[in-house]
Design a protein around this ligand. Structure first.
Ligand code: DX5
Ligand code: ZN
Length: 232
């Protein structure tokens, strides 16, 4: 049984990225982060074209769906996402995000993802301007702000992303959009609080969780850091 998706700007959701997990022990690692309070399981799909790495495909998402008790947040870093969206939703994705840079008919793709009954997100690379969301803001369930250049786990956080999150929040507010903001790349206990204060409520973390000796404990550390932003 999967827990329902908690969809509110009042909650901080933590989404460990299995890209940094041990692929030979994926079930063990997912169970560890779920014990540690993971809200979502973030799945990085890369095609070796849009980004310089090849990772996870639809069969792995289907396998994760069998064992995960949290909703699957599928981040598509691929060209021609339209060809694969149905497959990933069929495999069990609860959220699907596509890159603005790789999706020429973004309105069509976002509308289609939502028609499948899952949450639809648009992703911005670090060099992509916030203004590229202006005409799609009201259609989005969430915006994913990349705080590293996509392709690999374990890269250094780009600090300018914090200001970008603030500007995305402003754009969404001005547009009357209730979309949530997710941040992905280099998130750890040292910057989680700033990310939440800037307006992100979904935090993705790979290396900071699975790159430690104990992923369950690392989840608690990250949660404490992230929710410190909510204390008076
Ligand atoms: C990067 C991926 C991220 C990555 C995050 O292309 O989209 O989700 O796994 O890993 P860390 O937290 O290690 O930067
Ligand atoms: Zn990701």
């Amino acid at each position: 049984m999967t827990t329902p998706l908690a969809w509110s700007r009042d909650a901080v959701l933590i989404a460990p990225s299995v890209l940094a997990a041990d692929f030979a022990n994926l079930g063990r690692d997912v169970a560890a982060v779920e014990r540690g309070g993971a809200d979502l399981i973030h799945v990085d799909v890369m095609d070796g074209h849009f980004v310089p790495n090849i990772t996870i495909g639809q069969p792995v998402v289907r396998a994760l769906k069998r064992i995960a008790t949290r909703p699957l947040d599928v981040h598509l870093m691929i060209e021609e996402a339209d060809r694969y969206v149905d497959d990933f939703v069929g495999a069990g994705a609860a959220m699907v995000s596509v890159h603005v840079e790789a999706t020429p008919h973004l309105h069509r793709t976002i509308t289609h993802i939502k028609s499948l009954g899952v949450k639809a997100g648009a992703v911005l690379n670090p060099s992509t301007p916030v203004s590229s969301l202006a005409e799609i803001a009201t259609e989005l369930d969430f915006v994913l702000v990349m705080s590293v250049n996509p392709g690999f786990s374990g890269q250094a956080f780009i600090r300018q992303s914090l200001d970008k999150v603030r500007r995305v929040r402003e754009l969404l507010t001005e547009a009357g959009s209730s979309a949530l903001i997710e941040i992905d790349g280099g998130i750890d206990a040292s910057n989680a609080r700033e990310a939440v204060e800037a307006g992100a409520t979904i935090l993705v973390a790979g290396n900071a969780v699975f790159g430690t000796a104990n992923a369950e404990t690392a989840m608690h550390t990250l949660r404490a850091a992230a929710t410190a932003a909510l204390q008076p």
